[in-house]
Write a protein that binds this ligand. Sequence first.
Ligand code: ATP
Ligand code: MG
Length: 291
Amino acid sequence: MQKNLPSPVKKPFTLLRRGSARVARGAAPEIAISVRDLIVGFGDNLVLNGLDLDVRRGEVLGFVGGSGTGKSVLTRAILGLTPKRAGRIELFGSDIDHVSRAEYDALERRIGVMFQGGALFSGLTVKQNVQVPMREHLKLSPRLADELAMLKIELVGLSLDAADKFPSELSGGMIKRAALARALALDPELLFLDEPTSGLDPIGAAEFDDLISTLQKTLGLTVFMVTHDLDSLYSICDRIAALADEKVIATGPIETMLASDHPWLQAYFHGKRARQFDPSVIKRGANGAGL
Ligand SMILES: Nc1ncnc2c1ncn2[C@@H]1O[C@H](COP(=O)(O)OP(=O)(O)OP(=O)(O)O)[C@@H](O)[C@H]1O
Ligand SMILES: [Mg+2]
């Protein structure tokens, strides 16, 4: 993830602990990702300008926006891979500019990333790709690393003989599953997915949605998911945040998006390719209410 690490710690780092904290009834939700006043640009191209965003622990947040508006840039900025010009980014309550290298490493271990397009290493097999984060962060014997990698490969629904295949030998759907297996390598609490279903046929996309949803529920994950896929937004996202005009212009459940009068949201959710509003497919909380 981040190679040029920021300045040393200024305050004790108290929130590095594993296990999903359940939010007490009535209490404010715990925040996994907090972004404030973020500015990111490349030369004269200002991509994000004053962006604010919160991702709550245990939720699936769908992140939408037009092509080229900065969704991947935001993902990479949160991960410390793209430098920001200004702003504050906190992961699990820790300002990433003010943690030591050891603390940053500990944070990295709690995070899994599936990059847009998979970004598998072409010279490595699926199993070796899944083992990359393990090699970076864990000292495992080759046998244990093999066993763990095979578990992840199975978990994402790939057949075990896919393990020894190279990315060029995989279908698009298999690449996505392999990339997800790698993102899950370290048993993360927080998963970043950049357009996980793009390019899949509708059946494959629905299967992938189900897989993400099952993993999120069984592993208690927090998921930040960039997507253009309206089906994913309706069926597996608890909340949605929309990016336009270099900022997050709306955040909330699908109903909030549907009710917005922002022109981009109107076009996106009510335009020609938008589906008819069908309340029965909206993800519901345990009490039956939209979140
Ligand atoms: N490393 C970079 N150097 C210069 N410009 C960049 C870089 N990365 C992204 N950009 C620019 O930032 C803008 C946002 O790009 P980004 O990849 O975040 O779009 P996106 O919202 O993810 O689009 P898509 O939906 O097509 O994936 C684009 O104008 C892009 O050209
Ligand atoms: Mg992108």
